[in-house]
Write a protein that binds this ligand. Structure first.
Ligand SMILES: CC(C)(COP(=O)(O)OP(=O)(O)OC[C@H]1O[C@@H](n2cnc3c(N)ncnc32)[C@H](O)[C@@H]1OP(=O)(O)O)[C@@H](O)C(=O)NCCC(=O)NCCS
Length: 444
């Protein structure tokens, strides 16, 4: 058994009594009330999910297994100094899954596991080649993942008959098999769609981030960009659309392939993952209007107001939970200040960072006027030559899969049941509100 699986097994066994005790002895303790606004408004803020993989504090931002982003970047084992300054994605996955900071040996052990599992069956590429070349890359990514469903170890073991408490084991096997293949599938889609089908073979000596950069055909330090990007986008607790979709689908015991394909579909929406391409599209629209010159703060203010007044949102700003500048934005901003501070698009983002929050505050609608992760990430990709911004959400998807796979493995380990919230009708809500039949008739 690998170091990671051995460690995970002992963590699961130690954790189970905590969850069982809470349900058995304290199951009736109330943790949240639900208002009409929440029932109509997307269950915003209703505390009804449990995860230990990450926690999002509205004022502090994300913590992965208790560690802030700067702590994660500092404490995790780094890819050898000559190769880069970012941690191994594989070591980060070890942290997500076990809650412990891995040693260099632990991280390398996961990297070896991923290498062993990275081969993608040829039929996946055939499925992708058969799709219209103008399909959105997220559609291709989701389809490529779903095409591999027949490989599921869980389905095979489930059909043979197995103990519920052992479900996590084949989910782990499926999860690692899938994660190891995602960079290959994603880079294949990129090269097929945008680089004239000039596919670059995997280099089995490289780590996940390094191999992805290699297969994309993008020079250093893009390997570090990939590592940072995958880590930052991995998880944002479990209520956001992509994480929640993955968790929900897997709660029906649909296997990892179904669950992660569905997760990708949720991520593809413009209010969620797709926003990172929207930011760049919007900025380039501004650039075109400005003839490429970096706008003054006054000029940028006008663009922001014009966008708002035309009924559109400012992409990359606002968040459903966060109430401060996203630390994922800050980590990428630091990277930009170090590697691309003179890039014209970065300068646009920089001016936007200064002028937008006060405008959103003045407009008074957005609960959070500060930038989120998407405001900065597209700029870095563009700078390193990844200019096809339809592809950006695929990168997000590789990262997000790390967190969602970790969550799903733990969901099965702790025996979480199928998810089934209760809905009510509009008439029932009116009844709760004490609105009478007469009032309803007069309102007509
Ligand atoms: C992220 C987002 C979807 C969160 O939505 P939310 O939780 O409903 O946000 P709020 O509760 O603050 O929204 C209240 C109002 O402010 C508006 N608002 C929020 N963010 C805004 C923004 N960046 N620009 C303009 N208006 C915004 C909302 O559209 C909403 O308007 P409405 O009452 O007319 O419907 C939203 O902030 C948004 O659309 N941002 C831009 C897209 C983006 O960056 N998405 C990536 C998120 S990681």
């Amino acid at each position: 058994m690998s170091i990671l699986k051995e460690k995970l097994k002992s963590k699961i066994e130690a954790w189970r009594p905590r969850t069982s005790r809470l349900v058995k002895d304290y199951g009736n303790v109330k943790i949240s009330d639900v208002t009409i606004e929440q029932a109509i408004g997307g269950a915003r803020g209703v505390k009804c999910l449990t995860t230990d993989i990450s926690y999002l504090d509205p004022l502090e931002g994300i913590r992965f297994r208790g560690y802030t982003i700067p702590e994660v970047l500092e404490k995790l084992p780094k890819v050898k100094a000559k190769d880069g300054e970012m941690p191994y994605v594989e070591g980060f996955f070890y942290l997500l899954l076990t809650g412990d900071i891995p040693s260099e040996k632990d991280a390398m052990d996961v990297a070896e596991e991923f290498k062993k599992r990275q081969h993608v069956p040829e039929y996946v590429f055939n499925v992708l080649r058969a799709m219209p070349i103008d399909s959105h890359p997220m559609v291709m990514f989701s389809a490529g993942i779903l095409a591999m469903e027949k490989e599921s170890v869980f389905v095979q073991k489930y059909n043979e008959g197995m103990n519920k408490m052992d479900y996590w084991d084949p989910y782990y096997e499926d999860g690692l098999n899938l994660l190891a293949k995602l960079p290959r599938i994603a880079s294949f889609i990129y090269r097929l769609k945008y680089k004239n089908n000039d596919i670059i073979k995997a280099n089995p000596d490289l780590d996940m981030g390094g191999n992805f950069a290699h297969m994309m055909g993008i020079r250093k330090p893009y390997d570090d960009v990939a590592r940072l990007y995958f880590i930052l986008h991995s998880d944002h607790e479990s209520g956001n659309v992509s994480a929640h979709t993955g968790h929900l689908v897997a709660s029906a015991l649909s296997d990892i392939y179904y669950s992660i394909s569905a997760m990708i579909d949720g991520l593809a929406g413009p209010l969620h993952g797709l926003a990172n391409q929207e930011v760049l599209r919007w900025i380039q629209g501004v650039m075109d209007k400005m003839g490429g010159k970096v706008p003054s703060e006054e000029e940028m203010k006008k663009f922001v107001w014009d966008t708002l007044n035309s009924g559109q949102v400012i992409p990359g700003f606002g968040h459903a939970v966060l109430r401060k500048t996203d630390p994922r934005y800050m980590a990428q901003r630091e990277f930009c200040l170090k590697h691309l501070k003179d890039d014209p698009i970065f300068k646009y983002v920089d001016v936007l960072f200064k002028v937008t929050p006060p405008i959103l505050e003045k407009q008074g609608k957005a609960k959070n006027p500060w930038p989120n992760v998407d405001a900065q990430s597209g700029v870095i990709q563009w700078y390193y030559g990844l200019k096809e911004y339809d592809f950006y959400t695929v990168l997000f998807g590789i990262g997000r899969a790390l967190g969602v796979v970790s969550n799903i493995i733990w969901d099965r380990a702790l025996g979480y049941p199928i998810e089934r919230p209760k809905s009510v009708t509009t008439a029932m809500l009116e009844d709760f509100a004490g609105i009478t039949e007469k009032e309803l008739q007069t309102a007509k």
